[in-house]
Write a protein that binds this ligand. Structure first.
Ligand code: ZN
Length: 428
């Protein structure tokens, strides 16, 4: 399972690539592509997927018979990186650097002194408009160099990194001026003059590795959850529900984009499913009330050198099971009802789970569930896999956890939920 995860991560340097990989896996299993701008003719027993901006995707299966509600998972495919600005080259006499800005909140030091590659999408001119191409240099082509300790004696004390000064990647020698766009055109297999615009980032191409019970890889947050949920979605047994798999872009920058979890994407898709199946608006909302969302995003395992950052009573460890996350201010959606339902899923799947809450004096991060709930409001639980060094360019997690997660989520997709009274559910 971890080897498959590393393959997925390696092929997914950007959300555009992650979505393309997910679509490829779905195609292989017979899922049919829908376009948001087209008409949807949905047939019972068939599976479909639809993308938005090429960087978010929602897949679903229409059951043969009637269904109780939507059983959904959501994870995110973006991760902190350096976005390359449109005028990419900062060319001087001896050096060409890339003009970049931060995307998301990364641990800057982990990006220094390691070979980095470039990937993303570009638009190219066609006869009557534009088309999109994905680009991935795969091979390293840039490095963000540290300043030697001899020139910065404070490098090991409270270092701060100015993104406009310290974090600019070195791309080429002075003579290499103009070669960045050439490299991109070559990689994309197009003429340089046909490139109109770019969405490119600098990323870490190092492959994942398993060691002594742990795994280390780039982008585990949140591709570990994205990959595992897809495995579960594809392999789950059929039930009287309508399974939905969501993968969203832009979580790292707050999700408030046309394709993020705060967008209309999910609401529009499930409305169109109900409409396509001939359900009235009342029937649609009854289905939503019988629905459930797993908001899946990695969690903070106890740090071996800094156990003091955890709430002592809610400390979670790698390889000790799936994490249910709680927050009084509802940055995490888990409550007594939704956590109870997910706990039952884990119990049935034979998978351990643990409970996490931030220390009361540490605000922690936020995630997808509460944001998605502003568009489609339903029972939701925030879960994730415990990991170290979140937002490092190379993160660490438990070697057993991906498999636990796939098992639990496959079990979840195979369940049917029905609300008996507000807050009381039958779960078959
Ligand atoms: Zn995340």
């Amino acid at each position: 399972m971890n080897k498959k995860l590393f393959d997925f991560i390696e092929k997914s340097p950007t959300p555009f690539h992650a979505v393309a990989n997910v679509c490829e896996s779905l195609e292989e299993k017979g899922y049919l592509e829908l376009c948001e701008s087209g008409k949807w003719d949905l047939e019972k027993g068939k599976g479909y997927y639809v993308t938005r901006n090429g960087s978010s995707v929602i897949a679903f299966r229409i059951p043969e018979g009637d269904f109780s509600g939507f059983m959904m998972t959501a994870s995110h495919c973006d991760s902190p990186c350096f976005k390359i600005k449109e005028n990419a080259e900062l060319a001087e006499k001896y050096y060409v650097r890339l003009s970049t800005e931060k995307y998301g909140g990364m641990l800057c030091s982990t990006w220094l002194d390691r070979p980095l590659a470039v990937a993303g999408r570009i638009t190219v001119r066609t006869e009557k408009g534009i088309s999109v191409r994905l680009v991935d240099t795969k091979k390293p082509c840039t490095v963000i160099p540290n300043v030697a300790i001899h020139m910065n004696r404070n490098a090991n004390d409270n270092m701060s990194y100015n993104p406009a000064v310290d974090m600019l990647p070195l791309f080429a020698e002075g003579e290499g001026k103009g070669s960045f766009r050439k490299l991109i055109a070559e990689t994309a297999g197009c003429e340089e003059k046909d490139i109109l615009t770019t969405d490119l980032v600098v990323y870490n191409p190092q492959r994942g590795t398993e060691w002594n019970g742990f795994i280390s890889a780039p982008r585990l947050d949140d591709l570990q959850c994205a990959f595992g949920a897809l495995e579960a979605f594809i392999t789950a047994k059929k039930a009287e529900n309508l399974p939905v798999y969501c993968l969203f872009d832009n979580e790292e920058v707050g999700s408030q984009t046309k394709q993020g979890a705060a967008s209309t994407f999910l609401a529009a898709v499930i409305e169109r499913i109900s409409e396509g199946l001939g359900l009235s608006s009342g029937e649609h909302y009854a289905k939503v009330a019988n629905s459930f969302l797993l908001s899946c995003d990695n969690a903070h395992a106890v740090h071996p050198n800094h156990p003091e950052y955890q709430d002592r009573n809610h400390a979670v460890y790698m390889n000790k099971g799936i994490v249910i996350k709680y927050n009084a201010n509802q940055r995490y959606t888990s409550d007594a009802v939704s956590a109870a339902i997910f706990g039952l899923v884990c119990e049935e799947a034979g998978v351990p789970f643990q409970r996490y809450a931030n220390r009361a004096d540490m605000p922690g991060g936020s995630t997808l569930g509460n944001i998605a709930n502003t568009q489609v409001s339903l029972n939701t639980v925030d879960i994730g896999l415990p990991q170290l060094a979140m937002h490092s360019s190379y993160e660490t997690a438990g070697a057993k956890d991906t498999e636990y997660y796939v098992k639990a989520l496959a079990c979840f997709y195979g369940k049917t939920l029905s609300m008996e009274n507000d807050g009381e559910y039958r779960f078959i």
